[in-house]
Write a protein that binds this ligand. Structure first.
Ligand code: HEC
Length: 106
């Protein structure tokens, strides 16, 4: 395969599996949220410059923010590229995932 995972993503994946163990497999949002962890950290606890971490926040609040990016009410080209193909159900799973894994909830 020509494509190689960036090292940060591999690190995020190994950290996530170390910390979560088997239970994380049961969260449908984990696989969908994986693409976000390179920037936001495995638990959504790494903040992008000038904004709060996303992990551990209210799932409805995270969901509303994701819909803002998807509908271009907020602009972030890197996130839009990931969000554009996702259904509401996917966004809900991702919001739930970051809400639960942030601040050591799992
Ligand atoms: C390329 C890096 C990158 C990726 C990948 C990325 N984000 Fe972001 N995210 C950012 C940056 C930078 C901001 C702040 C942008 C802004 O000021 O609106 C942000 C903002 C956010 C916010 C708003 C936080 C707040 O309080 O304003 C949420 C929620 C979020 N991202 C979730 C996600 C999710 C879910 C994914 C995966 C689908 C994702 N991001 C993928 C870089 C990224």
């Amino acid at each position: 395969m020509k494509h190689r995972f960036p090292k940060t993503l591999l690190l995020a994946l190994s950290l996530a599996s170390l910390i979560h163990g088997a239970s994380a497999d049961q969260l449908p949002g984990e696989a969908k949220a994986f693409q976000c962890t390179g920037c936001h950290g495995p638990h959504g606890m790494k903040s992008a410059p000038g904004q709060p971490a996303i992990g551990g926040r209210d799932p409805d609040e995270i969901l509303a923010l994701l819909k803002d990016y998807q509908s271009l009410h907020r602009i972030n080209p890197a996130m839009l590229a990931l969000l554009i193909g996702l259904r509401d159900e996917d966004l809900e799973d991702i919001a739930e995932y970051f809400s639960l894994v942030g601040e050591g909830h799992l």
